[in-house]
Design a protein around this ligand. Structure first.
Ligand code: UGA
Length: 355
């Protein structure tokens, strides 16, 4: 099978490419702005073209034509960027991915599209269900929702193309985390997703900033579990993933952001050289507006109903929040020199050398 991954150097793309090469005889082609995470994979079964897919349209079209399945993973992924750069978010997430989806339609190629847990937004349901839950976005003046809106619209467009014969699967990652998530050495507020944001602060001896006190909840999902599901979707035995939407999240890892912060402190402090973190860690509340700007609004709870993935893919997540954090933090801590509390030297963090 020929797999095309657009955004192949990203968190999910790079890990998926490694997994495919390790477990199958498929070939992987991909494009990304950089190739630092996947350079080591280069070989007869793996090609990464560095470039901007918004400019390299002919290359993308030609690769779609020769692929058996396409994963358009290119996107920006932090709420801070949705608030600060809503137009760029729309252009990349919606316009560019729509072009790719239409190329899949033209060439009759299967598409496996990353929808997002964000589409449920402020849904009042206890657990979010792919078939029945309403998708409840906030007002237009809150730019945060432009990402969820763009992804939702693509979900709907792909679904509609399905009626015209497009083979597709939509998957919704719920706060996946693991080695390679984001670069914890970037210190600015909102420059990465919460797990790497907190990790960088803890390692540099900076306070953790709990938006609105950290009462909001997420179901954190370890990368390997998510990839297990993605591999099942790609294998697609008996067409079991065709025309379906799957929440890929771990309801057992439902935790508040304050609870996540506490668990991260405990896990890091268990590593040799990092014991001081238990004493030194500080948490300060901050309003969403002060942290992200006026265009922010939060998702108070985000719990997935994963019955569809269990039933059709035979999938269930296995890695607990604590175990996943221990694996991820161990990975990053091994690249940083502790302690001299407050001063940490990062060497190549963000590059998953031993995922
Ligand atoms: C994320 C991102 O939009 C995407 O990566 C993705 O589509 C989706 O969710 C997902 O991974 O399922 P969100 O969970 O809100 O959205 O983003 P995070 O940056 O990971 O923040 C999680 C929570 O932690 C938010 O409530 C945020 O306000 C809070 N937070 C973040 C803090 O309290 N302090 C910080 O320093 C950073």
């Amino acid at each position: 099978m020929n797999v095309l991954i657009l955004g192949v150097n990203g968190f999910i793309g790079s890990a998926l490419a490694r997994r495919i090469l390790a477990e199958t005889d498929w070939t992987v082609a991909g494009m990304d702005l950089a190739d630092d995470r996947v350079r080591a994979l280069a070989g007869p079964r793996f090609l990464c073209q560095t470039g901007d897919l918004t400019l390299e349209r002919e290359w993308v079209e030609a690769q779609v034509a020769r692929a058996d399945v396409v994963l358009p993973l290119a996107a920006c992924a932090t709420p801070a960027s949705y608030v600060r750069e809503p137009i760029e978010t729309f252009e990349l997430v919606f316009e560019e991915n729509l072009r790719v989806v239409r190329a899949c339609v033209r060439h009759g190629v299967r598409v496996v599209f990353p929808s997002t847990s964000e589409v449920y937004a402020m849904c009042p349901d206890e657990a979010f269900n792919e078939e029945t839950s309403p998708l409840v976005l906030g007002p237009v003046s809150r730019e945060r929702w432009i990402y969820a809106c763009a992804k939702q619209m693509l979900d709907r467009v792909i679904w509609a193309y399905g009626h015209r014969g497009l083979r597709f699967t939509l998957f919704r990652p719920f706060n996946w985390f693991g080695p390679g998530l984001d670069d914890p050495s970037r210190a600015a507020d909102g420059s990465s997703r919460v797990v790497t944001q907190f990790l960088g602060h803890l390692m540099r001896g900076e306070p953790l900033r709990l938006v609105d006190g950290g009462r909001q909840r997420r179901a954190f999902t370890y990368l390997d579990d998510g990839l297990d599901a993605l591999m099942r979707i790609l294998r697609n035995e008996d067409g079991r993933a065709d025309g379906r939407i799957f929440n890929l999240g771990n309801p057992d890892n439902d935790a508040s952001i304050a609870g996540l912060a506490e668990t991260m402190v405990e896990v890091l402090a268990e590593l040799p050289g990092w014991e001081h973190v238990r004493r030194a860690a500080r948490m300060v509340p901050v309003t969403g507006e002060a942290y992200y700007g006026r265009g922010y609004q939060d998702t108070p709870r985000r719990l997935p109903d994963i019955r569809a993935a269990r039933e059709h893919l035979g999938w269930a997540p296995r890695v607990s929040l604590r175990d996943g954090l221990a694996r991820m933090i161990g990975h990053y801590a091994a690249d940083a020199i502790p302690p001299t509390p407050g001063i940490v030297h990062f060497t190549g963090v963000g590059v998953p050398t031993r995922a």
